[in-house]
Ligand binder design. Structure first.
Ligand code: NAD
Length: 242
C-alpha cells in the first residue's frame, strides 16, 4: 500500500520563496500542494493543477496537513490561526515578526507542531550546533561572527548571524559582529573562535536560495504527524538521522 502524499498549503505563493516551494514540491511524489495562497486575488484559479486562493479566501482552502508560510508579518496571524483551527502543522520562515506574534507561536505550539526559523538551510542548522559545541569547549577564546550579503539587504547583522550568536552566547561566549554588504552575495556566515596562537573558522556559504525552500519542505515532512511543540530545524535533522 502506498502512503498518500502530505498535503501542503503554501502561503506567500507568489513570492520568490513561494515560487521556489511550488516548483520543488511539484518534483516530488510524497508532497501535494492543495492550496497556494497569494496576497491578492490570483490571476488564474488553478495553475499547474494547484488551486490558488487570495489571502481573504484563506478559510475556504481545503484540508491540509502542513502549511508552509514565507510571507510578510501582516500575513502571519491568519495562517497561524488557520493551522490551529485545522489542527495542521506550520513551517514558517517569515522574518520580522513582532514580539506579540512570537508569543502567539509559543501559545500555538501547545496545540500544533510548528517550526519557525530565520534560516531554513540544513547547513546552517548544523553550523548552529557546531558553534554551540565550540563555544562550550573554548571558554575565553574570542568569538567573532562575520556575515556578508548582497547590497540590497537592509538589516544588519542578519537574523542568521544573531541566531548563531545566541547559540555561542548560550555556551558562554561573548560574540562580536561584523557585516559586509557587497554585490549579489546570497549569504555567507563565518563564526571564528580565536585563542592564543590558533583559530577555528566555521563558514557557511549559500549560493542558491533554493536551499531555504528545500529545508522548509524537509521540515514539513518531518513535522507531519508529530506531537504539538515548537521544533528547531536542528531537532528535526537529528530526529531524521535516528
Ligand atoms: P517576496 O516579497 O518575494 O514574497 C512575499 C509573499 O508574501 C508574496 O507572495 C506576497 O503576496 C505574500 N504576502 C504578503 N502579504 C501577505 C498577506 N497579508 N497575506 C498573505 N500573503 C501575503 O518575499 P520572499 O523573498 O519570498 O520572502 C518571503 C518571506 O520569507 C520574508 O519574510 C523573507 O524575509 C523570508 N525568508 C526567510 C527565509 C528563511 O530561511 N527563513 C529565506 C528567505 C526568505
Amino acid at each position: 500500500m502506498t502512503t498518500p502524499p502530505i498535503r501542503l498549503l503554501v502561503h506567500g505563493a507568489s513570492g520568490r520563496m513561494g515560487q521556489a516551494l511550488l516548483r520543488l514540491a511539484a518534483e516530488r511524489d510524497d508532497l501535494q500542494v492543495v492550496a497556494a495562497v497569494t496576497r491578492r486575488s490570483p490571476a488564474q484559479r488553478v495553475v499547474d493543477g494547484v488551486p490558488h486562493f487570495a489571502a481573504s479566501e484563506l478559510h475556504g482552502a481545503p484540508q491540509f496537513d502542513v502549511a508552509i508560510d514565507f510571507s510578510l508579518p501582516e500575513g502571519f496571524d491568519p495562517v497561524l490561526a488557520l493551522c490551529v483551527e485545522r489542527g495542521a502543522g506550520l513551517v514558517s520562515g517569515t522574518t520580522g515578526i513582532s514580539e506579540t506574534q512570537r508569543q502567539a507561536l509559543i501559545q500555538a505550539a501547545t496545540r500544533i507542531p510548528l517550526v519557525w526559523a530565520s534560516n531554513f538551510s540544513l547547513g546552517v542548522a548544523v553550523l548552529d550546533e557546531l558553534v554551540e559545541r565550540a563555544a562550550a569547549a573554548l571558554a575565553d577564546w574570542d568569538c567573532d561572527i562575520v556575515e556578508s550579503h548582497h547590497v540590497h539587504k537592509q538589516d544588519a547583522p542578519s537574523g542568521t548571524a544573531l541566531t548563531l550568536g545566541a547559540a555561542a552566547q548560550k555556551s558562554g561566549a561573548q560574540p562580536h559582529y561584523a557585516s559586509l554588504r557587497a554585490g549579489d552575495i546570497v549569504g555567507e556566515h563565518l563564526v571564528q573562535f580565536t585563542g592564543l596562537g590558533e583559530r577555528i573558522e566555521l563558514t557557511h556559504r549559500a549560493t542558491n536560495r533554493d536551499i531555504f525552500a528545500r529545508g522548509a519542505l524537509f521540515a514539513a515532512v518531518q513535522l507531519n504527524g508529530r506531537a504539538p511543540a515548537s521544533y528547531r530545524v536542528r531537532d528535526l535533522l537529528a530526529a531524521s538521522a535516528t
